[in-house]
Design a binder for this molecule. Structure first.
Ligand code: PD2
Ligand code: ZN
Length: 281
């Protein structure tokens, strides 16, 4: 019997069920190896089964490589470009990690001052064209720095690249947002939906977004949490901390629907970093 014929329909159905239940591929692989499957055969079986399954359902094929910090050994304190970052919370589905002390308070203050004079009313992507426009779902003011635009951006970009093990060149320039009282960012996904006609234009600059890092540049007095409505998670906006989430396919099954809850008192300032599949140009 060849190894291909040994991969029974029952085994394929089991692989699909594990993936649909949200078990990470490493766990499924480990279970197959434990029941005697050679690693190369198990990997081939998983890849072919899941690719066929997703294609049949008209769903995007997931990325195998994603930005991800070195937490697999249980580390709760990571060294990124010589800077200590705490791991405060971690979740598998959606893949969310909350970092403590990613930025110093001085770095937060400097970023706010560099951005302040350049803010304009935030725009969102227009799906039909790939362009952007003002939208009531997003009532913040914002601006983009070019990558490596100044020494602070360069330092933070290198820190993020080391922390998330993802090349600096695959990152978009930092975006800074200011939310005044009452301002919010309604729940959305950060990936570009392949069904929209404008998406190919956007993807030409570096492929899909695979991850988002929202860094809190101040602590609003009340409100302004980053929310994940699919799983009832609310991340408190605390100066210097950050929330990271990744999505291995441009699909809602990643459960990365997220929003910025209305700011109730004070202002909220964040810097967002998006990580692309390829070089962002
Ligand atoms: O400011 C936030 O909490 C927030 C929420 C959702 C930022 C973003 N999305 C974003 O920049 O994409
Ligand atoms: Zn977002």
């Amino acid at each position: 019997m060849t190894t291909t014929t040994a991969i029974t329909p029952e085994l394929r159905a089991w692989i699909v069920a594990q993936a649909e239940a949200g078990f990470p591929p490493e766990d499924v692989l480990a279970a197959m190896k434990k029941s005697g499957w050679p690693e190369d055969v198990a990997i081939e079986a998983m890849e072919s089964t899941l690719t066929e399954h997703l294609k049949a359902k008209g769903r995007p094929i997931p990325s195998l490589e994603l930005p991800e910090p070195a937490v697999e050994d249980g580390s709760t304190c990571l060294l990124a470009d010589g800077h200590e970052v705490k791991v405060l919370m971690s979740m598998q589905l959606p893949r969310v990690i909350v970092f403590g002390g990613l930025l110093t308070h001085a770095e937060c203050d400097e970023m706010v001052e560099l951005a302040r004079g350049r803010l304009t009313r935030s725009e969102t992507v227009v799906n039909e064209t790939g362009g952007s426009e003002v939208n009531t779902a997003r009532t913040s003011d914002g601006m983009f720095f070019a990558r490596a635009e100044n020494a602070l951006c360069q330092r933070i970009e290198h820190r993020i690249a080391q922390l998330l093990r993802w090349p600096v060149k695959n990152g978009e320039g930092l975006q800074v947002l200011r939310y005044r009282p009452g301002a919010e960012y309604k729940p959305h996904h950060d990936y570009f939906d392949p069904v929209h006609p404008g998406t190919p234009t956007i993807l030409a600059r570096g492929g899909q977004r695979l991850g988002t890092l929202v860094m809190y540049l101040n602590s609003p007095v009340r409100g302004g949490a980053t929310t994940f409505p699919d799983v009832g998670l609310e991340v408190a906006p605390i100066k210097g901390n950050a929330v990271f989430f990744s999505y291995n396919a441009p699909h809602a099954s990643t459960k990365t629907l997220h929003g910025g809850a209305p700011v109730l008192e004070g202002e909220k300032w964040v810097a967002t970093k998006w990580l692309r599949e390829g070089e962002f140009v």
